[in-house]
Design a protein around this ligand. Sequence first.
Ligand code: B1M
Length: 220
Amino acid sequence: MRDGMDLTPLKKALHDGRIKSVAELVGAAVDKGAAAKTVLDTLIEGMDEIGKKFRDNEIFIPEVMISAKAMHAGMDVLEPHLSKSGIKPQARISIGTVKGDLHDIGKNLVAMMLRGAGFEIIDLGIDVHAEKFVRSVRDEKADVIAMSSLLTTSMGTMRDVVEELKRSGLLGRVKTMVGGAPVTREFALSIGADGYADNASSAVEEARKLLGLLKDKKEI
Ligand code: B1M
């Protein structure tokens, strides 16, 4: 019960990936007087639970994708109310699959989970050059650069991004995190990245850690 309202059906609809119901339930909750922040927290909690189930292999990629879509539908309804109440995203994360690499399913999943966790996402797409990542820090004020790579041949670009940030004097202004099937924590450390995650759910946790949004702030 929150704001005198039972938002369990909303969480359940999100969990079940009922896109239309999530949008309707968000609209109904706001119409009945629930604070936009309360509804947002319910959605984020719901996505966190989905992330944990995904991590524990209790649910799989299709379920996560459909819940993430439902989350987006809910967020579309909620967004104008959030803007009105002055709630800002926790931070801005610029995400992309690195140069030479066209795989985007995992990157999209990570982006969806991060968005679901309340971050503003700048999706740079696939085959992203180091300079484009750097530009998103300089011009769009990204707080975190999140890089995905599925190919051993494209992993090297992650190092280029960290080096390019160093060269342009921006490294202190932004955190970097990496992931993707061939990427390991050791690799992340070796290139000087700040964070690493091996799946979409832990990517949310890692981003929160890097930004000091968790009590247990611990970098790799
Ligand atoms: Co490609 N492919 N592929 N492929 N492909 C792999 C990756 C490969 C392992 C297959 C194999 O040989 N067994 C192999 C790479 C070998 C290597 O280098 N180690 C490979 C290859 C070789 C290639 C080509 C070179 C094939 C060719 O043309 N000869 C070519 C490369 C094209 C290019 O990129 N330049 C190619 C092409 C393609 C398709 C276009 C056909 C298609 C991509 C479609 C698309 O993405 N839109 C494709 C696919 C689908 C795959 C497999 C089958 C599946 C990848 C996937 O989507 N997994 C893959 C084999 C496999 O993995 N079984 C393979 C599901 C996804 C949810 O998981 O991306 O790992 P994943 O993301 C996870 C985590 O890794 C993590 O979270 C996600 C969710 O939990 N994660 C992050 C990902 N990014 C993260 C970022 C983070 C944190 C976590 O922080 C920033």
